[in-house]
Ligand binder design. Structure first.
Ligand code: HEC
Length: 155
């Protein structure tokens, strides 16, 4: 009977821990920012890694536009893939806990849109389609930048 009580207490304690971890995972490491956005608090290395990913996204977006205007679909496909899900492997694992779940969804959504640009270019080879799809993907850039910023921890 005593053992049974003990294991129930254990279940309760473990459930609380799991719930707290789940909560932390969902909200991430954020604070309100005085510019009206949410500040995601990161270490210097994590922030630098994400900003590098951002510059890659910008560079690949320009490369896609330039290639689409010349109907160079091999370069469209290569540049879009470089911004797609495959590039997610470069993201440090520690960020998973710190980034709020909505932001993660926007980030993964953006990567998927770049993979769709590649697949579409492979199938149709039509510049207008590529440009329209890139424009749609870039609405994600705007939405995320309007909502979040990255701030380095002081410790
Ligand atoms: C999931 C959120 C998210 C998405 C999607 C996103 N960004 Fe960002 N990006 C950020 C945040 C946050 C910053 C830091 C802004 C700040 O701290 O003021 C940033 C910064 C940048 C920077 C500045 C990099 C530097 O070195 O300072 C560039 C360039 C950039 N983003 C380009 C893009 C482009 C292009 C896209 C879309 C293809 C994109 N971003 C999509 C969140 C996002």
């Amino acid at each position: 009977m005593k053992n049974c009580k003990l294991s129930w207490s254990l279940v309760v304690v473990l459930s609380i821990i799991v719930t707290l971890l789940g909560y932390k995972f969902t909200v991430g490491e954020v604070q309100p920012s005085d510019d009206g956005r949410q500040a995601v608090i990161l270490t210097k290395d994590e922030r630098n890694a994400l900003l590098l990913e951002m510059r890659n996204w910008l560079q690949n977006s320009q490369a896609i536009l330039a290639a689409a205007s010349e109907k160079d679909f091999d370069t469209v496909i290569k540049s879009a893939r470089a911004s797609g899900m495959a590039a997610e492997a470069d993201t440090p694992g520690s960020l998973f806990r710190k980034i709020p779940v909505e932001m993660k969804a926007l980030g993964f959504g953006t990567r998927k849109k770049f993979d769709e640009i590649a697949a579409d270019a492979e199938q149709f080879k039509e510049s207008n389609r590529t440009v329209a799809k890139l424009s749609d993907a870039m609405n994600n850039c705007i939405a995320c930048h309007a909502t979040y910023r990255f701030v380095e921890t002081t410790q």
